[in-house]
Design a protein around this ligand. Structure first.
Ligand code: AMP
Length: 449
């Protein structure tokens, strides 16, 4: 969250339209001005709308939807992206990176002043300049779309401005449903009206739901009278701690009475596996972009010492505009918590164990690490490039481990480029230490793009 300033600079402007979800929230339009009344340190702030007619209107607004009038965030998006790139370039100094000399951002047009590459082509400049944006994705300052798009059209500056305008104008995900859920997460069943069934998972059915009559959500329910209660609650607890634009966000839980609910953001296009199989027309650029988005979510888990343990297309969810997020934290664990209880859930001899996605050391010695997740990511890449093709098609689970142990690797798929296949083979290195980190994978996928 932004931290509010307590200077005189307390006039804010809305960056997006927003429709109130509760009676304590405000509805506002992009460009509306508001005065900050009570900035708490959370994600929802109290403001007063500055408007001649309704000047008394006060209420909560999501803090990532507003910016101080004078701040750069309220400037047109292209300037914002360039500004953020400049900020990152400032930190990155290397003889082989174009050096940032200065910025002029007090008035428009904004300038980023860099070293002049007198003999270098524009392309060379771009390649190095990309570095700044690549880092930006990692820290979540701008979405991968804007990055890839900028790489695509940057030579045509006017096109680029237009594209930023369209893409980035989409409303961001708010942090939580409202300020009431900020710390407690616990809700009442009556607040969530269940609609159509979206799917069924390990614990029970998943429904589309409507919160407070205003906001669409996904509701994961636990079958009554099962022994899975503890794992179900563990999943919710873990999701609470993990926040990243590429991880499905937890909104609330209902655990005061059965059936238990886990309420999360709704991903309107369901699981990536089904989506890939239903959309034959997805082109390579979109597929690689999706892979990069997943790598970005996984890089966040990597930095926070979590292992996911079940990375596969079935556990990735798809929203609008081919936006994908990592979901289903049922098996994920903080490394420090250890592996207690794992065998009960996913016994490696049981049918449920995802043998085709597992690194040999994970399947055989239960040696799970972020590097066994990297192995699974390589398999997930084959699902993505193969548009939902099953890994090792036609093979029985029993055949796979001995073959993989003796060095067999899935061959290159017809639609796979050499550079992507090289990425996959590295994910499947017998030595976990030699496999790339997710951070490196993210950079490599950007290059492949
Ligand atoms: P899970 O229990 O997480 O394995 O979910 C089972 C199925 O429910 C998934 O394969 C999706 O089709 C659907 N689903 C789960 N969570 C969501 C969500 N947040 N948004 C949309 N569909 C979901």
């Amino acid at each position: 969250p932004q931290s509010p300033t307590n200077t005189a600079d307390n006039i804010y402007v809305a960056l997006y339209d927003y429709v109130a979800r509760t009676s304590t929230q405000l509805t506002f339009k992009k460009g509306d001005k508001m005065e900050l009344i009570n900035p708490n340190e959370g994600d929802w702030w109290v403001v007063r709308l500055i408007d001649e007619v309704t000047s008394q209107l006060e209420g909560y607004v999501p803090s990532n939807y507003i910016a101080t009038c004078s701040s750069l965030e309220s400037q047109p998006k292209f300037e914002l992206a360039s500004y953020k790139q400049a900020k990152l370039m400032k930190k990155l100094r290397h003889s082989k990176l174009v050096q940032l000399y200065a910025v002029c951002t007090r008035s428009q047009p904004f300038y980023i002043v860099t070293e002049l590459m007198c003999n270098g082509s524009m392309l060379y400049y771009l390649k190095v300049a990309d570095f700044g944006l690549a880092r930006a994705i990692k820290v979540g300052l701008i979405g991968p779309y804007s990055y890839f798009v900028s790489k695509f059209v940057l030579p045509e500056l006017s096109l680029c401005v237009e594209y930023y305008g369209n893409k980035l104008d989409e409303n961001p995900q708010t942090d939580g449903l409202s300020h009431e859920f900020a710390d407690k997460y616990e809700g009442d069943h009556s607040e969530f009206k269940l609609g159509k069934k979206l799917g069924e998972g390990n614990f029970g059915k998943v429904f589309e739901g409507l919160w407070n009559g205003t906001t669409k959500v996904a509701v994961k329910t636990l079958k009554q009278g099962t022994s899975e209660q503890e794992s179900f609650l563990k999943e919710a607890k873990l999701m609470k701690k993990l926040r990243h634009p590429k991880l499905v966000q937890l909104y609330a839980v209902c655990t005061r009475s059965e059936p238990f609910y886990i309420v999360t953001e709704l991903m309107c296009n369901g699981s990536l596996l089904d989506y890939l199989r239903d959309h034959e027309d997805l082109n390579q650029l979109i597929l690689i972009d999706m892979a990069a988005q997943i790598a970005s979510g996984m890089a966040y888990l990597e930095t926070n010492n979590y292992i996911y343990r079940d990375l596969a297309a079935r556990n990735i969810l798809v929203g609008k505009n081919n936006c994908v997020k990592v979901a289903d934290f049922g098996l994920a664990r903080a490394i420090k918590v250890g592996l207690i209880g794992f065998e009960e859930i996913y016994e490696s001899t049981s049918k449920k164990f995802p043998v085709k996605w597992s690194a040999p050391e994970a399947a055989l010695q239960k040696n799970f690490s972020i590097k066994s997740d990297v192995w699974s990511f390589g398999i997930l890449l084959t699902e993505i490039i193969g548009k939902g093709r099953e890994p090792y098609p036609g093979w029985d689970n029993k055949e796979i481990l001995p073959q993989v142990e003796s060095g067999y690797r899935m061959p290159k798929l017809p639609d796979c480029t050499d550079s992507l296949y090289a990425i996959m083979l590295n994910c499947w290195d017998a030595d976990p230490k030699k496999r790339n980190s997710f951070e490196t994978l993210l950079c490599k996928l950007e290059d492949a793009y």
